[in-house]
Design a protein around this ligand. Structure first.
Ligand code: IMP
Ligand code: MG
Length: 225
C-alpha cells in the first residue's frame, strides 16, 4: 500500500537516524583489530551505506538525464562515497537509455583538527577551478556539518560560472551550529556525533574502517594531536 504523503521520507534529508538510535553492537560485525578499544558502536553498517548510495545514484540519474557531468570528489573523506557513487552511476548508465558521460576530478579541503571545525579552510589540489566554467558539476562530499566548508567551496566554484552545480553529501549532521545549508542529495541525516569510517577520519585515523561508527573517548584521546 502506498504511504501517505505525511509519512513519505524527505529525500532532501535522506535516511534520518534519530538521536535515540542505539546503533549496532560492534561485536556483531568485523572491523580492524587496531580499533577494538576506540569505538562506541556501529552507526551505519557498510552494506546499508552502499545500498543507500545505489538509490542516490538513481535519483541523480533521474534528475540530470542526459548530460556531461564533472564529478568533483572532495578528498579525503569523500573518496569512498565518490567511488561507490560513480560505480552505481556507471551501472545505471550502461543499462538504460540515460547517457551520462562522466569525468572525475579531486579537490582537497581541510578544516578539522581533532573533532573541532576550525575557521581556516584550505583548498588544495585538483585542476584549476576555472576549468569548471560552463560545466555541470556534481560535488561529492562526505559530510555537511555547520555547512561552512560547502559554502566556502561553492562560492569559490561559482566565481568561474559553471552551467550547474549540485551537491551530494553522504551524511548531514543535525547540529545547532548548522547555517542551514542543505545538499541537493543526502544519504543519511545523523545525530550530532563525531563519526568515523568509510573514509571519514579523526586526525587521519579510521579511514580503513568499513562501517560508519561513533568514536569513544579512549579513541579520541589515543589519536588526539
Ligand atoms: P562543516 O564545515 O562543519 O560543514 O564540516 C564539514 C567537513 O568537516 C566535512 O567535509 C568533514 O570532512 C568534516 N567533518 C565534520 N564532522 C565530521 C565527523 O563527524 N567526522 C569526520 N569528519 C567530519
Ligand atoms: Mg569532507
Amino acid at each position: 500500500m502506498a504511504r501517505s504523503a505525511e509519512r513519505a521520507p524527505d529525500p532532501a534529508r535522506g535516511l534520518v537516524i534519530m538521536d535515540n538510535w542505539p546503533g549496532y553492537d560492534l561485536n556483531l560485525f568485523t572491523y580492524p583489530q587496531h580499533y577494538y578499544n576506540d569505538l562506541e558502536y556501529v552507526l551505519i553498517p557498510h552494506g546499508i551505506i552502499v545500498d543507500r548510495i545505489e538509490r542516490l545514484a538513481k535519483d541523480i540519474m533521474q534528475d540530470l538525464g542526459c548530460c556531461d557531468l564533472m564529478i568533483l570528489c572532495v578528498l579525503k573523506g569523500g573518496y569512498k562515497f565518490c567511488a561507490d557513487l560513480v560505480e552505481h552511476l556507471k551501472n545505471i548508465s550502461r543499462n538504460s537509455d540515460r547517457c551520462v558521460s562522466m569525468k572525475v576530478d579531486f579537490i582537497r579541503l581541510k578544516s578539522y583538527k581533532n573533532d573541532q571545525s576550525t575557521d581556516q579552510m584550505q583548498i588544495m589540489g585538483g585542476e584549476d577551478l576555472s576549468t569548471l566554467a560552463g560545466k555541470n558539476v556534481l560535488i561529492v562530499e562526505d559530510l555537511v556539518g555547520t555547512g561552512k566548508t560547502m559554502r566556502a567551496l561553492l562560492s569559490s566554484i561559482e566565481k568561474h560560472k559553471p552551467n550547474m552545480i549540485k551537491v551530494a553529501s553522504l551524511l548531514v549532521k543535525r547540529t545547532p551550529r548548522s547555517d542551514g545549508f542543505k545538499p541537493d542529495y543526502a544519504g543519511f541525516e545523523i545525530p550530532n556525533l563525531f563519526v568515523v569510517g568509510y573514509a571519514l577520519d579523526y586526525n587521519e585515523y579510521f579511514r580503513d574502517l568499513n562501517h560508519i561508527c561513533v568514536i569513544n573517548e579512549h579513541g579520541k584521546e589515543k589519536y588526539r594531536v
